[in-house]
Design a protein around this ligand. Sequence first.
Ligand code: NAP
Length: 315
Amino acid sequence: MKAGRPKGATGREAPRGGWTEEDGGGEGDAPSMPRPPGGAGAAVEELLDEVEANPEARPLLSVDGMRGRVAIVTGASSGIGRAVALALARCGIHIAFNYLDEGEESLHRASVTERKLSHFQVQVFHRAVDCRDSHQVRAFVDEVEEQLGGVHILVNNAGIGRDRALWRMTDEEWDDVLETNLTGAFYFLRAVAPRFRSQEYGKIVNISSVHALRSEFGLANYAASKGGLLALTRSAAVELGPSNVNVNAVAPGYIRTTRLTDRVPSEILDRARERSALGRLGDPQDVAGAVLFLCSEAARHITGVVLPVDGGYVL
Ligand SMILES: NC(=O)c1ccc[n+]([C@@H]2O[C@H](COP(=O)([O-])OP(=O)(O)OC[C@H]3O[C@@H](n4cnc5c(N)ncnc54)[C@H](OP(=O)(O)O)[C@@H]3O)[C@@H](O)[C@H]2O)c1
């Protein structure tokens, strides 16, 4: 139904001062001008019919339709990953997550996430899976599908930092960071891609960093990995877009997680706070909100972008 659309007009508001050639609004595009029968005018008319076929506003954050979906959130045993998993679970999304098995502490963190998720009455599945190992990743994704009945959302969050001046950086420090933050994300993306393509649905969000956009001392490996993740995001968006799969990235600024506050000296955190337009550090929930938006139908026409969640740090 073309509700409220005046006959012979497009229903769009003309810019102040009228339409000009420079506006790209050539012949017949002005709202009040009569359209020639057939030709370009008719084609435009047809397009507008399509656009206005359903003029009702969609709910801003339509999370209801997400209930019952299955999300994989990598590295959700703590910090941002945990907050993302909880935000998705709150919308009725079943959660699978992995983490790196580094002993009792890792297992404890994972069990805390599991316990918190259980409050939302969703199914939860988790395993210690090293994202640097493509065989483990494939087996995990297969198991998730088997246990939870599908996969619809992937949040590539697992990540590490090994900061050092680049002239002192070891091969191991370079490789560890690149393999975890970039190669690991690629392994997960590659494992879900055939499923997302065949079901013609999927949402992928890669957790990059403001340091992909603006580096600082000691972050050569980290910045390269997170910058690579943005390039991977764009490539995947192009390749998977025709299958109705959205691929986006978020670029958090300094976010208060235990690992960050343990790793980064307080002077740097103070400087980051002062530099950001909003004058504060972020919380994991701030990132979770952006991820939730990108996974929702409110963002159905957004793909290949990077959304900074940094309180205005990179401005
Ligand atoms: N915090 C920030 O300020 C900030 C800013 C920008 C971007 N980010 C990005 O956000 C993501 C989460 O950061 P966070 O601060 O929440 O860190 P975090 O608390 O240290 O969480 C990292 C998660 O990744 C997992 N992980 C690490 N290496 C892994 C591997 N090889 N295989 C599987 N899982 C692995 C960890 O498992 P274990 O617990 O078992 O080790 C943990 O679950 C990272 O990608 C980070 O780069 C963070």
